[in-house]
Design a protein around this ligand. Structure first.
Ligand code: GLU
Length: 477
């Protein structure tokens, strides 16, 4: 049988560097990675940069950064197709020599004419093979392309691991250009040569490549190669049912990082896009590797659901060690322009805020008042809690807090509780105005923790500010 029989699993991720690493590409990379890891095989990274116009160094960097951030490591590569033109030329020459490919001297006009005539007849436009057995004198002034002699009869059967059997009639496939007039190889040809030379056993890629598969198989056969197995992944849809794209918000993997998502959360999210294991939602990497089977991937398209990603992100934020998240919170604060070197330890801030934050960006937004003065009070909060009379509560709190040592959450708690009792008020009646006074808003971590992190000096200054605010309001009223 021509299908590869070797037991060694070798998968590849073969991005075209024409943009950042997007969600779909990352999912393809993840599935290829998982398949390789599950089978103790290898993942090869191949950069398909033969399109010199559209490929950029920045995009290559973005793809490498994206893979590194997601923790998807590879065993070989990156190989760059742009550095392998010599190899492609050799294979093209070999096919020519063996009569399995031929030079085609059709001019642009001739091909256009062919198309027009076919359309007029109601036929599908395709190259008609007119130079397949050309023996004459090549016309002058035409740089020929090289075309692959696709078999004329029979069919190509692909036993796709996900989609099952797919058959393509050879009569539907025309003689593909494998080398352009300028001598550069075409996409389908470079993929074939590389899958062959890199001994790829499993091609795992998006289903937008299904139509390339029979063509690639025919060329692989002509080269006497053992065929890889193919698994075509269903596409990812946006909630509106369209193919997921930029229009739907973040699709760039590094944009998720900027928005405060953790790579573990995104990887966990991606693994469930088209694959499941019972109703399990949370997978450690070790579990994913153990449980993932490409044959279990759905045929149907998967829909992207940002709320589920947020839910997973929250899970991983809660599960992480606060010290591990501290530098990431620091980056988020930097992005907000918040100076955080003087203020509470970031790990402490993470510890008190992680229960509620869906992203580290949100956590940073909710922690600004620990590091600098807030501009104004949240309006409904001020209306509700900074009312006439609370200046008295603030005065009663300020005195014991001003002399409190040490400035710890436990000591703060006792102080507030004692002051409340003194005033004959429930703790909440004291804590809510105090919360608005020190944070500017009506929600924050437990009040004692909040004050502990805000610090003594800032707490006292904010009590004064809130007192002045209330008095001012009294005066106006
Ligand atoms: N370079 C192709 C792409 O980025 C992938 C080719 C393949 O996996 O065979 O879509």
């Amino acid at each position: 049988a021509p299908w590869r029989s070797s037991m060694i699993v070798r998968t590849r991720f073969a991005p075209s560097p024409t943009g950042y690493l997007h969600v779909g590409g990352a999912r393809t990379a993840l599935f290829a990675w998982l398949y390789a890891r599950h089978h103790g095989g290898q993942l090869i990274l191949r950069i398909e940069d033969t399109d010199r116009e559209r490929s950029t160094a920045a995009s290559i960097d973005a793809i490498l950064d994206g893979l590194a951030w997601l923790g998807l490591d590879y065993d070989e590569g990156p190989f760059y197709q742009s550095e392998r033109f010599e190899r492609y030329r050799e294979y093209a020459t070999r096919l020519l020599d063996e009569g399995l490919a031929y030079r085609c001297y059709c001019t642009r006009e001739e091909l256009e004419h062919m198309r027009v005539e076919q359309r007029a007849r109601g036929d599908k436009p395709r190259y008609d093979g007119r130079h397949r057995n050309f023996k004459g004198t090549p016309p002058k002034g035409v740089d020929p392309v090289i075309r692959f002699k696709n078999p004329l009869e029979g069919e190509v059967v692909v036993d796709d691991i996900i989609r099952g059997r797919m058959a393509f009639a050879n009569s539907e496939l025309d003689d593909l250009v494998i080398v352009r007039p300028d001598g550069t190889p075409t996409y389908n040809f470079t993929v074939v040569v590389d899958d062959l030379e890199m001994e790829i056993s499993h091609v795992i890629r998006g289903d937008d490549h299904i139509n390339n598969t029979p063509r690639q198989i025919n060329i692989l056969r002509a080269l006497g190669a053992q065929l890889p197995r193919y698994a075509h992944l269903p596409m990812i849809l946006a909630p509106d049912g369209q193919r997921l794209s930029k229009r739907h918000g973040a699709v760039n993997v590094m944009q998720f990082r900027a928005q405060g998502y953790l790579p573990d959360a995104l990887v966990n999210y991606l693994v469930r896009l088209g694959w499941s294991h019972g109703d399990q939602e949370i997978f450690s990497r070790a579990e994913m590797i153990e449980l993932f089977e490409v044959a279990q991937v759905n045929r149907a398209a998967a829909a992207f659901d940002i709320e589920k990603l947020q839910w997973l992100n929250q899970h991983y934020i809660k599960a992480a060690e606060p010290v591990a998240l501290a530098p990431l919170l620091g980056e988020q604060l930097d992005a907000l322009g918040v100076e955080h070197r003087e203020g509470p330890a970031l790990a402490e801030v993470v510890r008190v805020l992680r229960e509620r934050a869906k992203t580290l960006h949100e956590m940073a937004q909710n922690s600004v008042y620990f590091f600098r003065e807030f501009e104004h009070y949240d309006e409904p909060a001020a209306k509700k809690f900074l009312k006439p009379g609370v200046d008295e509560i603030f005065r009663k709190l300020r005195e014991p807090l001003a002399v409190l040592e040490p400035w710890s959450a436990a000591a703060i708690h006792e102080t507030i509780a004692a002051a409340a009792e003194d005033m004959g008020l429930k703790l909440g009646k004291v804590a809510q105005p105090l919360r608005v006074a020190v944070s500017g808003r009506s929600f924050s971590p437990p009040i004692d923790e909040t004050l502990a992190l805000v610090g003594k000096e800032r707490t006292l200054a904010r009590l004064d500010r809130a007192t002045a605010y209330v008095n001012q309001k009294n005066y106006q009223a």
